[in-house]
Ligand binder design. Sequence first.
Ligand SMILES: CC(C)(COP(=O)(O)OP(=O)(O)OC[C@H]1O[C@@H](n2cnc3c(N)ncnc32)[C@H](O)[C@@H]1OP(=O)(O)O)[C@@H](O)C(=O)NCCC(=O)NCCS
Length: 175
Amino acid sequence: MKVQPAKFCKESRAVKTALVLPPDTNHYGTMFGGKVMSHIDDIAAIAATRHARTSMVTASTDSVDFLHPIRKDHSVCLEAFVTWTKRTSVEVFVKIVAEEMLSGERTLCATSFLTFVALDINGEKQMVPTVVPETELEKFLFDGAPERARKRLAKRKQSKALAERFGTRSFWQVE
Ligand SMILES: CC(C)(COP(=O)(O)OP(=O)(O)OC[C@H]1O[C@@H](n2cnc3c(N)ncnc32)[C@H](O)[C@@H]1OP(=O)(O)O)[C@@H](O)C(=O)NCCC(=O)NCCS
């Protein structure tokens, strides 16, 4: 596999801002969790692809804790960048800040880590360039990544064991 030269975290940085509209919100006027997760996957995919410049698929999303509600008079701003790489996978950090449009007050509403795997045009896994952290925050996230990756792979093992146990039959299918 051809290896690309190392890249800085800042080269993958991606930003996305969107208004929160009534169809994005539930009957309490706060944003659907699934909508937030869709924005997270979207921006993380852009950051991962900027880093590797090949097709990237989401392998996993770490838990998303919704720390504060996002309301329909808010906008949301998501920022993402690649924090760490292994062989064919990259870790992306995403943060979501809501802004109350009339007052300008901003609140960090959620953060998340996602893992993407690089594929070539034949769908074969591909080596990714390594990433070089520069700032204190980038170094902090980089240094914590191996432990997060270890936990993810342990969880993946559990998910595979569950999948084998349950298979494809409906829960209500008679033996
Ligand atoms: C993700 C996928 C490509 C992994 O392929 P695979 O052949 O099972 O993977 P491997 O065990 O060889 O792992 C490949 C890399 O992915 C990483 N990886 C795989 N699953 C992972 C998970 N759940 N979480 C974190 N990393 C994961 C591995 O650690 C490995 O990293 P490395 O090469 O950097 O060391 C494959 O499972 C897949 O296509 N899944 C569906 C992806 C998809 O459709 N996503 C969209 C949402 S539905």
